[in-house]
Every structure is written in structure tokens, then in C-alpha cells.
Design a protein. Structure first.
Length: 167
């Protein structure tokens, strides 16, 4: 940070926040208001970028989970079809009852997997929405900062008219 060019900004903050900032300065946590604002902005902006990265990583994890669940679902569906064929070919009533019970159990498990798959897909969409919202907030904040910087650059010292000139 030392040796970097600095730009003057101005902002209006709530009085409670200003009081808290003065308290932290008096506790020697920050050397002055500029240091406090700079550190706070760096923390906020870095946390936003890290959170965006974490959401992207979670989304990729959900993709692999969805693929695994689809694979398991296909395997179970194949096993159900195989059991149905065996059920039709068997003649022993005890085996028939056992195969029907196993088939029913696999059907229930199949429905559970379908439910988990839809939940995982819903979670993935929620993560994408949260990621997009966070990115949009970050972009809006950066646009606002750029506007403030541009306004300061346009305003030249001494360019204002004296108070007695109206036109």
C-alpha cells in the first residue's frame, strides 16, 4: 500500500458507524480514518471475491453429485427391469413373493433417488442464483465507485463561479 497512488473520495456514513470508527481509532486498531476505511473496503471486496469463488466451487460439486445420482438411478432402473423379467420367468411361489418384495423395495429406493436428484438440481439452481446476485452487487458497487471517481476527476479546482455570479 505504501507508495501507491491514492484517490480522495467522500462518502456519507451513519453516525453510529462513524462513532464506532472513532472508537476503533482511539483503541489504536487503526491509525486514522483513512486507514480504517481502506482496510474495511479491502476486507469487503476480498470477501466478496472469495465468496463468489466458494459458490462456484459448490456449484461444481453439485454437478458431480447430480451425475453420480443419475448413474445410480440408471443402475437401479436396470436392476428393477432385470427383476421384473426374473419374476415373470419364475414358477416358485416363495421366490415369486421374495422377488416382488425386492422389486417393491427397489422401486421405493428409485423414487428416493429421484427426489434427491430433483433436490440437488434445485440446490444447484439456488447456488447459481446466489452467485449471479453476488456478482451483480459487486458490479453495481464497482460502477458506483467508478462514477464517483469520474465525478471527482471532472470537477476542477477553481472552476466554480464566485457566489455573486448567477449566470
Amino acid at each position: 500500500m505504501i507508495g501507491e497512488a491514492r484517490i480522495h473520495i467522500s462518502a456519507k456514513i451513519p453516525s453510529e458507524l462513524h462513532d464506532l470508527m472513532l472508537q476503533r481509532i482511539s483503541e489504536n486498531k487503526y491509525k486514522d480514518k483513512t486507514d480504517c476505511v481502506t482496510v474495511s473496503l479491502e476486507n469487503e471486496l476480498c470477501n466478496t471475491q472469495q465468496e463468489t469463488k466458494r459458490n462456484t466451487d459448490k456449484s461444481h460439486g453439485r454437478d458431480t453429485e447430480i451425475e453420480e445420482l443419475k448413474h445410480v438411478l440408471q443402475e437401479k432402473h436396470g436392476e428393477i427391469e432385470r427383476l421384473k423379467v426374473e419374476l415373470l420367468q419364475t414358477s416358485n411361489p416363495a421366490e415369486l413373493i421374495e422377488l416382488r418384495a425386492r422389486s417393491a423395495e427397489l422401486e421405493r429406493h428409485n423414487e428416493t433417488l429421484k427426489t434427491e436428484l430433483t433436490k440437488a438440481e434445485r440446490d444447484k439452481e439456488d447456488l447459481k442464483t446466489a452467485h449471479n446476485n453476488l456478482q451483480q452487487t459487486h458490479n453495481n458497487y464497482m460502477a458506483q465507485m467508478q462514477t464517483l471517481i469520474t465525478q471527482k476527476a471532472i470537477e476542477a479546482p477553481g472552476a466554480k463561479k464566485p457566489w455573486w455570479q448567477f449566470w
